[in-house]
Ligand binder design. Structure first.
Ligand SMILES: [Zn+2]
Length: 251
């Protein structure tokens, strides 16, 4: 045995893309899931995967105009999320309707996430990376941590027995916006277009997150180019084709 053989088993190689039959994506706000994993979810949905999108907050602070009515904005964003889910091909959108920007970590929130996992029984769960350095938005940090901890609770039957649902252990937890991604889901131009189209359903967010891409063709082109550049950079970083990059944990 040569020394190179000795290390073969330890060498880390980029894992193969996943092929889940059921997937659960959890985002803090309407549009977060599409930014993090829109192309991947569209590809899985086309392959027959049952995709559930769960949105934790109502998005009621997602505007820069101080005259915005938060309740009207929340209603509008719910409808935008519904349309985006149709573009992705998701089976269901679950709205947990916590107040935007005020999400706090609690055992109750962890239980809510465990309940989602036990109810929908996904092979793969996707969410924000709660360990992303310098992530300013509290909802992103709290959602990521609550989903991570909810996955652990969902898998172990002595957590939350009052839920009266069988424990469930997903095969993988994929974290988007990771500082140290180690998993790539490849994308094609067609699936990047689905991701862009889904994001562009969130017209209330055109000003804040999409470079004014609300019916303005030039702005939409800039937005699409930014998404594509990001996918190419992520692919290059992981030594693969253009893709969506994640940190992959095994529950
Ligand atoms: Zn967000």
């Amino acid at each position: 045995m040569t020394s190179s053989n000795l290390y073969d088993g330890l060498r880390s190689t980029p894992p193969e893309p996943l092929r889940p039959v059921r997937a659960l994506a959890v985002g803090a706000h309407p549009d977060d899931i599409e930014f993090g994993a829109g192309a991947t979810l569209a590809r899985w949905a086309d392959a027959g995967c049952h995709v559930v999108m769960a949105v934790v907050t109502d998005g009621s602070k997602g505007a820069w105009d101080p005259a915005t009515d938060p309740e009207r904005l929340a209603r509008r964003r719910r409808e935008e999320q519904r349309r985006a889910a149709v573009v992705i091909g998701a089976a269901t959108v679950v709205h947990l309707d916590h107040v935007d920007g005020e999400l706090e970590y609690s055992m109750a929130l962890r239980a809510e996430m465990a309940l989602l996992v036990r109810r929908h029984r996904p092979d793969v769960v996707l969410t924000h990376d709660p360990w992303q350095r310098y992530q300013m938005h509290p909802d992103h940090r709290v959602t990521g941590m609550a989903v991570n901890d909810g996955v652990v609770a969902a898998r172990d039957p002595l957590f939350f027995p009052e839920q009266r649902l069988a424990a469930h252990r997903p095969g993988a937890l994929l974290l988007w916006s990771a500082d140290e991604p180690d998993h790539l889901e490849p994308v094609t131009a067609a699936f990047m277009e689905r991701k862009a189209a889904a994001l562009l359903c969130h017209t209330s967010q055109a000003e804040t997150t999409m470079e004014g891409a609300d019916g303005d063709a030039a702005a939409e082109a800039r937005f699409r180019a930014r998404l594509l550049a990001r996918a190419e950079a992520d692919g290059e970083r992981l030594g693969g084709p253009a893709g969506e990059a994640f940190r992959r944990l095994t529950p």
